[in-house]
Design a protein around this ligand. Sequence first.
Ligand SMILES: Cc1cc2nc3c(=O)[nH]c(=O)nc-3n(C[C@H](O)[C@H](O)[C@H](O)COP(=O)(O)OP(=O)(O)OC[C@H]3O[C@@H](n4cnc5c(N)ncnc54)[C@H](O)[C@@H]3O)c2cc1C
Length: 486
Amino acid sequence: MPKPSIAVIGSGFGGLAAVIELKRRGYHDIVVIEKGDDVGGVWRENTYPGAACDVPSPFYSFSFEPNPRWPKRFSEQPAILDYMRAVADKYDVRRHIRFGSEVLAARFDDATGRWTVELSDGSGPTESIEVDILVPAVGQLSRPAYPTIDGIDTFAGESFHSAQWRHDIDLTGKRVAVIGTGASAIQFVPAIQPQVASMTIFQRSAPYIIPRPDRTFSQLHHRVFERLPVTQLAERGTWYGLVEGLSIAWVYAQPLAAAIRGISRAHMVRQTRKKPGLFEKVWPDYPVGCKRILFSSNYLPALTRPNVELTNQPITKVTPTGLVTADGAEHEVDVIIYGTGFKATEFLAPISITGSGGRDLHQEWAQGAHAYYGMSVPGFPNMQIMYGPNTNTGGGSIIYFLEAQAKHLGDFVAHHEAVGAPVAVKAEVERAHDARIQERLAGSVWSQCTSWYRNADGRVTTNWPLLGVQYQREVRYDANDYEVVS
Ligand SMILES: Cc1cc2nc3c(=O)[nH]c(=O)nc-3n(C[C@H](O)[C@H](O)[C@H](O)COP(=O)(O)OP(=O)(O)OC[C@H]3O[C@@H](n4cnc5c(N)ncnc54)[C@H](O)[C@@H]3O)c2cc1C
């Protein structure tokens, strides 16, 4: 019997992890459909000034591909993208990729037991291909979200989202509005503050911020990492332990969470001292850990500069010349930058996915996305999702989770190959898994505030509620959880 053919959608870290693992196991009939023009996913798209990872590079990288030459501990976007390109080249992944091709729809055919995948070149449907196995690896943070504000389209100046940075717009001497104070905004605000004439930051909800222990890795570091790989392993292990400690704090140890809150408070008090009244504006009013805690040592100092103003007033409308807030103040600006995050809970949108018996995936997920370890959905045979529902982490490295998922995928493909028929997760197994996850989440810190972890109904659909190591152990493949679909 020929080896199964596999279509992977996306060539971010998830797609790369999947393809490398499948090739390692001898599966080479792989096509990767990528709508962008390069590998990289979010690291190809997010080119805003100051873009960098929040988890130190020695841990935010593949365990099987350590990079002794990271320029910094928290590497910036160009270095991460270079790393991904180098990994794609080394493992000969590009050969499999069709760049500039977008998946519009995928349909499982009960008669043939195969998936038909419809492609577009951006201007409309072009062709369809047939494969045995479908692996959506489209990420949780690949579709920018804009707020709904009256008059948003009437603004006469320039406006753009941080994930679609307009490098052609010179911000020098401009009056800039920044909407949002999440993970992206706290990176680009200090990067552009010295350049702009004035900046008004519109904050809906303040993040907890803790110091960012960044450092530039010197030539000496690089030499030591290269010659004594165990030193880099130690750096990776240390950061693994520290970020897993964050998850321990949120999941199991309230006193530890309280200690992190204390560290954050001391840091934020110290960094806002120069501007009276600023601390009161930026100190969060929800339980620590409920939203992703952010590492930054330069955001708050930027807010103390004379050309920066932060307002907590809700925006009531956008006008041709700026924004109006609930207190009636009119803020005239030249440029609006949306640091408003992503449509994280709209998993796999806008791709239309039809499973066995004509089931529509988005209808199945109308009350919120769910899948067995974020990967398998009953009624959708031969489909394995990377970075699917409830596989995001409140503190750790997504890449660690993706590697565990790639192994599960590899075992799944082997299972399918052995039985020679489509395989799907058992409905009762997925139901029990989801019930357990949701019960755990209901009592968790993530259910205590609104955030991108929750959908409109308040269900936490993005986050894994336990430690990374527990995910890695539990997601190991168990053929008993699956059934052959005839
Ligand atoms: C600015 C930023 C910083 C981050 N920092 C960290 C961090 O420090 N630590 C951490 O753990 N995580 C971080 N993340 C989360 C990040 O999303 C994951 O770490 C990881 O990169 C996800 O990889 P992915 O391959 O699953 O998704 P993505 O990187 O989003 O890649 C998905 C790919 O699928 C393609 N695609 C989507 N739809 C289609 C379609 N229909 N057809 C064809 N192609 C399609 C996209 O073009 C994209 O290339 C960050 C995210 C952002 C946005």
